[in-house]
Design a protein around this ligand. Structure first.
Ligand code: ADP
Ligand code: MG
Length: 262
């Protein structure tokens, strides 16, 4: 396959996520097929593909939200247990991996009964054993970073979608992840709020955060991605720089997909 021959199949830096021949099924339905993918430390990798092609499933495997049946997936050097491993109690590695992986979803999933500040501060207290004061102080700094310091005491219902998603990003960052996963973080937003969320993501990328991003924002992908992966029916059909994928895709199917979304 050209994905393998293409030099861009190699990440720019040492791999933080390494995926080899990953296969994942839901019952009899084979969703991810022999996926090979390395993500370099500090790399921004954008995943594109039609609805139902397996993009969410792939990134959900990276933080163990979905189980895979075969292949190998390591994050930060730790091996993600397969479904069979997990059935015999491989949960320890899973917890260790999850601590280093942040995830932002299309639906922000904030706790509705907590202020923005408490949404950001809660996990470091509960999971990391930080004191309430420490956690609140760093939560304030994070809210500042996403431009929401003045909204710290508001509840999610008092914030716009774009603001809620920025709180969700701050909440993920509070766990000091080594890699951030984004699953269509702007798809649920009104168009006028997309930019403010992409701005925060752009800034994170500039600070060197490793990111795997599923998005339909092709302009953003072209500008921010180190590499773009095109997934077709659960297979990586091609992977390359934004210029390679957007300007000279090697597969007809990639061209067809792009002509529909661009
Ligand atoms: P994408 O994010 O690219 O739209 P998904 O990874 O969500 O695709 O889904 C890939 C395929 O797996 C789809 O056909 C979807 O219906 C199926 N799928 C996703 N989650 C489940 C599940 N929990 N059980 C069964 N099938 C699922
Ligand atoms: Mg999806």
């Amino acid at each position: 396959m050209s994905a393998i021959q293409n030099l861009s199949a190699t990440p720019p830096h040492e791999a933080i996520v390494s995926i080899t021949r990953l296969n994942k099924s839901f019952g009899a339905f084979h969703v991810l097929k022999d996926v090979d993918l390395d993500v370099g430390r500090g790399e921004v990798l954008v995943i594109i593909g039609a609805s139902g092609s397996g993009k969410s499933t792939l990134i959900r495997c990276v933080n163990g939200l979905e189980m895979y049946q075969s292949g190998r997936l390591t994050v930060d050097g730790f091996q993600m247990p397969t479904q069979a491993d997990r059935e015999i109690g491989g949960e320890k590695e899973l917890a260790r991996i999850r601590r280093g992986v942040g995830m932002v979803f299309q639906q922000f999933n904030l706790f509705p009964h907590m202020s923005a500040l408490d949404n950001v501060a809660i996990a470091p207290v509960r999971v990391r054993g930080r004191t309430r004061e420490e956690a609140r102080a760093s939560a304030l700094r994070l809210l500042e970073r996403v431009g929401l310091r003045d909204h710290a005491d508001k509840f999610p219902g008092q914030l716009s979608g774009g603001q809620q998603q920025r709180v969700a990003i701050a909440r993920s960052l509070a766990m000091e992840p080594h890699i951030m996963l984004f699953d269509e973080p702007t798809s649920a937003l009104d168009p006028e709020m997309v930019g403010e969320v992409l701005d925060v993501m752009r800034e994170l990328a500039g600070e060197g955060m490793t990111m795997m991003i599923v998005t339909h924002e092709m302009g953003f992908a072209r500008e921010v991605a180190d590499r773009v992966v095109y997934i077709d029916h659960g297979r990586i059909l091609e992977i390359g720089t934004p210029a390679e994928i957007f300007d000279r895709p090697s597969h007809e199917r990639t061209r067809t997909f792009l002509s529909r979304v661009l």
